[in-house]
Write a protein that binds this ligand. Sequence first.
Ligand SMILES: Nc1ncnc2c1ncn2[C@@H]1O[C@H](COP(=O)(O)OP(=O)(O)OP(=O)(O)O)[C@@H](O)[C@H]1O
Ligand SMILES: [Mg+2]
Length: 246
Amino acid sequence: MSEQNYEDFISTVSHELRTPLTSIRGFSQTMLSSWDKLDDTSKKKFIKIIEEQSNRLISLVENMLSVTKLQSDKDTYIYKETDAPSIINTVISLVKSQYPDKTFETEFAQNAPTILVDRDKFQQVMMNLIENAAKYSCGNDSIKISAGFCDECDFLSVKVSNVGIKIEKEDFEKIFTKFSRIDNPLTRKVQGSGLGLYITKSIVDKMSGKISVSSEDCGNNRANTVFEVRFPVSNVETQAREKCKQ
Ligand SMILES: Nc1ncnc2c1ncn2[C@@H]1O[C@H](COP(=O)(O)OP(=O)(O)OP(=O)(O)O)[C@@H](O)[C@H]1O
Ligand SMILES: [Mg+2]
């Protein structure tokens, strides 16, 4: 990292850390100084804010550790034959517990091949994409996750789609870069550090996969946004398919 990039990184990180910390300090101070004057509802509201801001700090620190790890040689990948749908189902139940009002639909091809990936890293990728779909969707449409074989290549394609605010074409590249968030009314309302997709793309690239996005208007000022990731099918799987073709 160049000195200028390093300085920019430190200044963005400090800013990102300061916002939740200031809020935690402010609400704790208010409660300590006005404890007897506050009713139970207000106390509960303030404690809820402190909890949310602490969660924000934890996810920020975890994301920053992931970024640092990505840049070091110690970040080892252990490739194993992996059944994508079972990991995706685990991730969905984790996201569902965070977003109980959201609904999820899955469509896994019966012949979905196993892929050759680091399982923890694959889980991290799915977590970022499915969490984003829940975070940035509006209305009652379900979040859809599908997995199937790409016929033209030896890849498994996983698609995560949601209905929400449109991502403009000119932002398609930007969202995969460090600390980038799109400024719109919904993103302003939800918290995020703008690191999730940067980490996701770096992991996908390292595992010889591909990531792409599309966002098409679907009426009511909303868009259907689809993130697609493709991962190489495991060798065992490819050989079995070749045999079937013979
Ligand atoms: N499914 C989606 N629909 C609409 N916009 C999205 C979607 N996913 C991502 N975005 C946009 O891309 C930006 C970058 O996403 P990214 O996951 O990198 O960061 P984040 O969600 O803001 O923060 P975090 O680091 O906590 O993930 C988001 O701030 C949002 O503006
Ligand atoms: Mg995110």
